[in-house]
Design a protein around this ligand. Structure first.
Ligand code: TXA
Ligand code: MG
Length: 353
C-alpha cells in the first residue's frame, strides 16, 4: 500500500488536504493525524471493517479498544446510553482537551470498536487538524495512538512514518504535538469515577472539579498489575518498550545521580552500550555513549513533551541499556512516571539517602 503524506499547517489547515483525508476515512481507510497529545490513527468508528483494519495496521490485540474522537460534545449523545451529571461537568470544563471519558455505550457503536465491552471511550481533541478531519468525515473517528503496538506513541509525523509507512492510507503532518503524552482516561461508568490512565489533564485539576475521583492503583503501580485488577484493557498490554532494556532510577536527586553513575559504569565494564535519559539539572554529571536530557525537572510539561521522542531517539542509537531518571509525580509528572515505569517493565531502582 502506498501511504499518502500530506503536510498541513496546524493552525490553519485549509480545506483541500483535510477533504482528501476525510474522503479516505469515509471510504473505510486509515488516516494518521495530529492531536494535541500524540498522533492518532483514525478510522470511521461506526464502520466495523475500517476499525478492524486499524487493529491490523497497528498489530494491536483485538481486546484493546481505541478512543472514539468527536468534534462536538453533542455527538456523545448517540454513542452512549446516558451522560451522567459528572460527565457533563467534565466535558464542560475540559473539552476540547486531553481527557477521555468512559461511558456505557449505545447500540450504534460496533462491537469491534469497543472490543466487545459494554462501555466506550470518547474524547474531543483540541487540535484544528483533528477537529476539521472529524467534521469533514461526518463520523466519529476511532483512533488509537498511531504507533505499532508496544512502541512509544508518536509525537511527530516522522514517528508515524517509521512505524506505519506502507500499512496505512494517509499521514497528515501537522508538526510536533504539544503535550506529548496521551490523554487522561477517566471511567464514568462506575461511581465514584476512576482515573484509569494518567495523561495530559492532571489528576489535581480533575480532583478540583470531581472531589470523589479515585486513582486506579495501577496508575502509580511500581510492579506489574495482576490480571483480576485490570480495569482498562490497555493496562495489561506491553507498552512504550524500546528495543533496549530500560532501568528507571527514582529518589532524591543526589542519590539518583550517584546510582545512575554506578549503573552506567557497571554496564560499561560489561562492554554494553549505555544510554542515559537525564534532566537539564543533572546531565553534566554523566559520561556514557548517549546522554540526553528530558528537560528541566522544574518544567514537567517539557519533560512530557520530550519523553516519547527521546525514548525513540536513544533507542535508534542501538544502545543495550537505557538508564532513566525519575521525576516528580506532580501534575504531568504522574503521566511521565507511569510511562517510564511501563517502559522499564517495572525495573525500578529506589535510591536511599
Ligand atoms: O491522547 C490520546 O488518548 C491518543 C490520541 C490519539 O487521542 N489516543 C490514545 O489511544 O492514546 P490508545 O488507543 O493508544 O489508548 C486508549 C486507552 C487504552 O489504554 C485502552 O485500553 C483504553 O484507552 N480504553 C479504550 N476503551 C476503553 C474502555 N471502554 N474501558 C476502559 N478503557 C478503555
Ligand atoms: Mg497507544
Amino acid at each position: 500500500m502506498k501511504t499518502l503524506f500530506l503536510k498541513v499547517d496546524p493552525e490553519n489547515p485549509g480545506p483541500t488536504k483535510i477533504q482528501a483525508a476525510a474522503r479516505i476515512i469515509q471510504q473505510g481507510g486509515l488516516v494518521a493525524f495530529p492531536t494535541e497529545t500524540v498522533y492518532g490513527l483514525g478510522a470511521d468508528a461506526l464502520n466495523p471493517a475500517a476499525v478492524l483494519a486499524l487493529f491490523e495496521a497497528k498489530k494491536r490485540p483485538l481486546d484493546n479498544p481505541p478512543i472514539v474522537h468527536v468534534a462536538d460534545p453533542e455527538e456523545v449523545c448517540r454513542l452512549v446510553e446516558e451522560v451522567p451529571p459528572k460527565g457533563a461537568v467534565l466535558m464542560e470544563k475540559f473539552w476540547p482537551g486531553p481527557l477521555t471519558l468512559i461511558f456505557k455505550r449505545s447500540n450504534i457503536v460496533p462491537q469491534v470498536t469497543v472490543a466487545g465491552l459494554e462501555t466506550v471511550a470518547i474524547r474531543m481533541p483540541k487540535h484544528k487538524v483533528a477537529l476539521e478531519l472529524i467534521k469533514q468525515s461526518r463520523c466519529p473517528i476511532a483512533a488509537p495512538s498511531a504507533n505499532l503496538a508496544g512502541k512509544p506513541s508518536p509525537t511527530t509525523a516522522q514517528h508515524v512514518y517509521e512505524d506505519l509507512n506502507g500499512r496505512i492510507d494517509c499521514i497528515l503532518d501537522g508538526g510536533a504535538t504539544n503535550i506529548g503524552v496521551e490523554s487522561t482516561v477517566v471511567d464514568l461508568s462506575v461511581d465514584p469515577p476512576m482515573l484509569l490512565r494518567p495523561g495530559g489533564t492532571p489528576y489535581e485539576a480533575l480532583k478540583e472539579v470531581l472531589e470523589d475521583l479515585k486513582l486506579h492503583p495501577f496508575v502509580q503501580a511500581e510492579q506489574e498489575i495482576s490480571l483480576h485488577e485490570v480495569r482498562s484493557p490497555g493496562m495489561k498490554h506491553k507498552h512504550y518498550a524500546p528495543k533496549a532494556e530500560v532501568i528507571l532510577v527514582e529518589g532524591n536527586v543526589p542519590a539518583v545521580i550517584a546510582k545512575v553513575k554506578e549503573l552506567a559504569e557497571s554496564y560499561r565494564l560489561k562492554s554494553a552500550k549505555v544510554g542515559i535519559l537525564a534532566t537539564d539539572e543533572t546531565q553534566v554529571a554523566y559520561k556514557a555513549d548517549v546522554v540526553k536530557s528530558l528537560g528541566s525537572r522544574f518544567n514537567l510539561a517539557a519533560v512530557a513533551r520530550n519523553l516519547f521522542r527521546l525514548l525513540r531517539e536513544v533507542d535508534a542509537e542501538n544502545v543495550d541499556v537505557i538508564i532513566a531518571e525519575g521525576v516528580s509525580s506532580e501534575g504531568l509528572g504522574l503521566a511521565v512516571m507511569n510511562r517510564l515505569r511501563k517502559a522499564s517493565g517495572y525495573r525500578i531502582i529506589k535510591t536511599e539517602e
